[in-house]
Design a protein around this ligand. Structure first.
Ligand code: FES
Ligand code: FES
Length: 160
């Protein structure tokens, strides 16, 4: 079946089973391997993409459900050679180690930061909010502290 998608602002067509996981269609058919598979069961958030403005686990979405819809993957965050503020902050703060969780966290955090949902809050409530927003993203390496630091730094930069 031909499935039409808008991926990172560009129209794409994939010819696949509508039951194929969006995660696999992105990685195998569109060669967007930035989106990672961790658990494959909707638990870890490594596969997070934005589908029509909502963060979803692409391992739980059939590509047939995405026909005519808009998807943002981690490859769509940068503007040319300029990384998104969240990506730069993750690097600067040391918020990435093995990197498996990083694309999902970057996608999720960029979505939140771009909507101004963190900036302007006092430090304690901003941290609590970021932790809540990332509740679906598991990181086995960093202990989360540096990720939270990075997202708050990015939110403040974007708000300036
Ligand atoms: S791989 Fe999709 S939530 Fe873990
Ligand atoms: S950096 Fe390794 S799982 Fe998060």
């Amino acid at each position: 079946m031909k499935i039409e998608l808008e991926v990172n602002g560009t129209a794409k067509t994939v010819e696949v089973s509508p039951w194929k996981r969006l995660l696999d269609a992105l990685r195998e058919d569109l060669h967007l391997t930035g989106t990672k598979e961790g658990c494959g069961e909707g638990e870890c958030g490594a596969c997070t993409v934005i589908l029509d403005g909502e963060a979803v686990n692409s391992c739980l979405v059939a590509v047939g459900q995405c026909h005519g819809r808009s998807i943002t993957t981690v490859e769509g965050l940068a503007n040319g050679d300029v990384l998104h503020a969240v990506q730069r902050a993750l690097v600067a703060c040391g918020g990435a180690q093995c990197g498996i969780c990083t694309p999902g966290i970057a996608v999720c955090a960029a979505h939140v930061v771009d909507r101004g949902l963190v900036a302007g809050r006092d430090d304690q409530s901003a941290r609590a909010q970021v932790r809540e927003l990332l509740a679906g993203n598991i990181c086995r390496c960093t202990g989360y502290q540096l990720i939270v630091d990075a997202i708050i730094a990015a939110a403040r930069e974007v708000a300036r």
